[in-house]
Design a protein around this ligand. Sequence first.
Ligand SMILES: Nc1ncnc2c1ncn2[C@@H]1O[C@H](COP(=O)(O)OP(=O)(O)O)[C@@H](O)[C@H]1O
Ligand SMILES: [Mg+2]
Length: 157
Amino acid sequence: MSPETRRVEMTLETKIESMDLGEEVARRVAATAGFDEDERHKICMAVRECLINALQHGNRYDPRKPIGVTFTLLPDRLMVQVRDQGPGFDLAGIPDPLSDEHLLKSSGRGLFLVRCFMDELMVESGRNGGAVVTMIKRYSSNHRGAGESEAEKEKQR
Ligand SMILES: Nc1ncnc2c1ncn2[C@@H]1O[C@H](COP(=O)(O)OP(=O)(O)O)[C@@H](O)[C@H]1O
Ligand SMILES: [Mg+2]
């Protein structure tokens, strides 16, 4: 890992309360990474959708199965990975919620939102099974720079 890479790793329990905790950590990490309020909101919603999926579809509410979350701050982007211990899935097989057949369904929109809110979404199988969902959000051109303080920002003005 290069010196400018920073990482936060955590293990969440498979329970409803973990969703708020995971979202809160995502909010802090996104702020540290220098994302503005709108982008922070989008990142939090995307992370929350993936955590809910890990709880529901992945670990199927089994409290013995943990949910792993890793935030990696890279020089040009934030990468978030959510890992569960479920059956895994293939993004290519997920129906388009905007198709006529699915338009009136209230489920099946989570990953669609993740795609809208983040720059990239990938799904792989973990080494020991389970889904590994990777989301990438690139820093925008007016980005403050990971960890750059408000004072430093002031100095540059
Ligand atoms: N972690 C996961 N493990 C297994 N299947 C998943 C996972 N995340 C998503 N899926 C599959 O992708 C589908 C679409 O997910 P999503 O768009 O969040 O809609 P919803 O959760 O409302 O069904 C789910 O119904 C499920 O079949
Ligand atoms: Mg969902």
